[in-house]
Design a protein around this ligand. Structure first.
Ligand SMILES: CC(C)(COP(=O)(O)OP(=O)(O)OC[C@H]1O[C@@H](n2cnc3c(N)ncnc32)[C@H](O)[C@@H]1OP(=O)(O)O)[C@@H](O)C(=O)NCCC(=O)NCCS
Length: 151
């Protein structure tokens, strides 16, 4: 079940981040995100447990996808696709011109998901992300966007 998350969902959201994100967002940062009027957090539940979430922020002309995360034991079932659909709907309600995101160049799974949803690559930021593992180099960010028709 998809729904908008609110302050009450902070503990579940922080638990999902700790389980599935690297690095996880802090509880304080998540609390701020949930309270921000220009940000929406959408969650997806399975049997009463939060198993995925997406964060989208409203910018002056555009919207930005700031997080998309699905619990490892619930991946490849289409949940990220559903969350992304809800984020796109929200950005359309805001009348955003485009939905923007940045993703690690090595995150082939996420890039495939975004391409499938219609995003195209706008460019790269060289060495934007810190290394994922000790001994690895910094990683490029791929900048992607999806134009939204403003009906
Ligand atoms: C990326 C992520 C959100 C995908 O979640 P998901 O629920 O498994 O994705 P979906 O099941 O909706 O995938 C839809 C399509 O995206 C593509 N895709 C998703 N994950 C993929 C992977 N690991 N490898 C290749 N393609 C993948 C496929 O085309 C997939 O369709 P298919 O399963 O019919 O082949 C999830 O792996 C995750 O939380 N990763 C860690 C956090 C992260 O990297 N977030 C994105 C940061 S910008």
């Amino acid at each position: 079940m998809l729904r908008r998350l609110a302050a009450d969902d902070l503990a579940a959201l922080a638990a999902l981040e700790r389980q599935a994100a690297s690095p996880p967002r802090s509880r304080g940062m998540l609390a701020q995100t949930l309270a921000d009027i220009d940000t929406r957090v959408v969650g997806i539940e399975a049997r009463g447990r939060l198993v995925g979430h997406a964060i989208v922020a409203r910018l002056p002309f555009e919207a930005e996808l700031q997080a998309l995360l699905v619990a490892p034991d619930h991946r490849r079932r289409g949940l990220a696709g559903e969350l992304l659909g809800a984020v796109i709907e929200q950005a359309r309600r805001w009348q955003s011109e485009r939905l923007l995101l940045e993703v690690r160049a090595g995150n082939g799974g996420a890039i495939a998901l975004y391409r499938r949803a219609g995003f195209t690559e706008d460019g790269r930021r060289r060495g934007y992300y810190p290394p994922r593992e000790a001994g690895e180099g910094r990683e490029d960010a791929v900048l992607m966007s999806l134009p939204l028709d403003r009906r």
